[in-house]
Design a protein around this ligand. Structure first.
Ligand code: ZN
Length: 331
């Protein structure tokens, strides 16, 4: 999937829009709504690219190669305008809408459509929303306005009623393509895909951010346990037992990343190349306790054992062996 294509769970919505487009019936104001984590923003970007592209593909996606696509990628297409809060936590004010009105009254520079994105649309302040109404009803020329929001109820009814709504429904029983897309990104946790989707309210991108957050805090926990063992406050066997509960696949991948970072620090003391830059201080302290040879041997051992995880060896035994090797400074 290229950056220009919608996510698999959005294909139905995309095809519906393309059919209307081919009949010349694309609405000039669209409101994409649905919970956070559905990828509405990505969909809006794909649509903007497609509308500006000079030679779209058969399925309606942008080609990614024409002059117009290159300008979009560089972030300076003259027929594209993004309207968003100027600062985190601020609203979209009337001055921004005045600029929008002026933009859409100009002639298209490249002869295709002009595209305006407003996101998140629920941040339009009342004066700005009122100033936008006339343009929403009757934009100049081929202008298409794409609004997106996770909170459609916060929009003025007069704004909502002037847009064609495109609803992104939660993904609770994923089709095969969406399932595969998510499974590839979940890696060792793909088996929990359905449970994770339920927990996220059917928002696939939220599943991924949940996993990332968990992984990060788990790596920090592993590192602090490791220091406790190094300082004699925790025994390798107790630790192996506890880590096993965290899920052997994730623990092993975390260990791999942490050891690889210690090696980096010993060789280069270059934080820019670390997989876990936030943990640098603790990684450095641990790395100083051992020599490079031990770290290299441990990394190799962890890598081999990751390859054996599907086999008969008990996860706890694998962890005990690695922790004892560290403690005894001998792999
Ligand atoms: Zn193109």
């Amino acid at each position: 999937m290229s950056d220009w294509q919608v996510y698999p769970w959005q294909i139905g919505l995309w095809q519906g829009l393309q059919q209307r487009r081919s009949r010349g019936q694309l609405p000039h104001a669209l409101l994409l709504s649905g919970t956070l984590g559905m990828g509405k923003q990505h969909f809006a970007d794909c649509l903007a690219h497609a509308l500006l592209c000079e030679s779209p593909l058969a399925d309606g996606h942008a080609c990614g190669q024409c002059r117009s696509c290159l300008l979009q990628q560089a972030g300076n297409h003259p027929d594209y305008l993004l309207v968003a809060p100027e600062e985190e936590g601020k609203g979209i004010g009337i001055a921004q809408i005045r600029a929008l009105i002026e933009f859409q009254s100009l002639k298209s520079q490249y002869g295709t459509a002009r595209v305006i994105q407003i996101q998140p649309a629920d941040r339009l302040n009342p004066a700005a929303a009122n100033a936008l109404l006339k343009t929403l009803e009757e934009p100049a020329g081929d202008t298409v306005l794409i609004l997106s929001t996770a909170r459609p109820a916060s929009l003025l009814p007069t704004v909502r009623s002037r847009c064609q709504q495109l609803l992104f429904r939660p993904l609770l029983s994923p089709d095969p393509a969406s399932r595969q897309w998510l499974a590839e990104r979940l890696g060792p946790q793909a088996g929990e895909l359905d449970a994770l989707l339920q927990a996220s309210g059917g928002a696939p991108l939220r599943v991924l951010s949940m996993i990332e957050g968990e992984e990060l805090s788990q790596r920090a926990q592993i590192l602090s346990d490791w220091q406790a063992m190094e300082q004699g406050r925790e025994s390798p066997l107790k630790l192996a037992e506890r880590w096993e509960q965290l899920g052997i696949h994730q623990v092993m991948h975390s260990l791999y990343g942490l050891i690889a970072d210690m090696i980096q620090l010993k060789l280069l003391s270059d934080a820019a190349r670390l997989a876990n830059p936030a943990l640098r201080g603790n990684l450095q302290a641990l790395a100083e306790q051992v020599d490079l040879g031990l770290l290299d041997a441990l990394l190799l051992r962890v890598q081999e054992r990751i390859g054996l995880l599907q086999g008969q060896v008990k996860p706890q035994v694998i962890l005990e062996e690695i922790l004892l090797a560290w403690k005894q400074r001998r792999v």
